[in-house]
Write a protein that binds this ligand. Sequence first.
Ligand code: NAP
Length: 292
Amino acid sequence: MEIIDGNKIAAAIIAELKATVATFPGRRPCIALIRVGDDPASVSYVKKKQANAAEIGIESRLILPPVTITPAELFALVDQLNADAGVDGILVQSPLPKGIDEVAVFRRIAAHKDVDGFHTMNLGKLAQEDETGFVACTPAGIMELLRRSGVTLAGKHVVVLGRSLIVGKPAALLAVQRKAWANATVTLCHSQTANLPALTRQADILIAAIGKAEFVTADMVKPGAVVIDVGVNRVPDATKKSGYRLTGDVHFPTVSPLCAKITPVPGGVGPMTVAMLMQNTVKAYRQNLGIA
Ligand code: NAP
């Protein structure tokens, strides 16, 4: 069994991006990060994004509107950044305060600056296998982890647990693409799937993205499978100073001995998500400035 080290792979991508950005003449790539409110997880995610950007040489502009911001004011802010030629990518950190329609805000971001890949246009381009679009960072990170770990998808059975628009559905769309690195046969499961363990046991590659702590148990996994654990769940743990520990959607202690390869939580998919955001920002910069 091999543990796929997401931190190491993400660090290699960051180093490659840094070398690429160093070759750009003129201004640096720029990402605008909008964070509304002080949700502790959001504060920590945005800090991580800023730190990665700084490491690569990407300018980040942090915008912190008050939680009282109205949807109209948030739209106006996004419009202003859409029109700003010095901004290549725009990210609105989720979750937004209750009463603001997140999907509407994501759609307001100009598609060519939508480095999170949530815009309808970019999801459409993913379905059409149009590489000018932006792919959502977590599923893009999963594919990159697999590729860089030497896992081939062609002809394999990929079973995805979870059909969200930010993870499960785009992961399935990527794995099934008519590309040499993809070409998998995909089963996409969700909460209404009947006899789930019978399907997961058929997976050569199992991608778990449901948000249920340690849901995938040893009896659900085929020996020799590759398991990608996307879940990030907090479970109470009195031995920790914080009072909780982070765990994935997979019961790591019993599943990992069965696997050919598996990602840990933390340190698996998480760091790849931020690396892919940086990659998308560099792509947006190139496209915005017409650099090949
Ligand atoms: P989500 O929007 O809540 O979607 C969860 C999906 O799982 C839904 O499609 C749901 O089915 C399905 N599901 C729920 N219970 C199920 C069950 N018992 N059996 C089968 N399917 C079930 O979640 P998400 O945003 O995709 O996130 C999933 C997990 O990934 C979370 O733990 C999240 O924190 C984590 N995540 C991690 C990263 C990272 O960078 N590491 C990034 C994003 C998300 P229905 O559609 O039928 O409701």
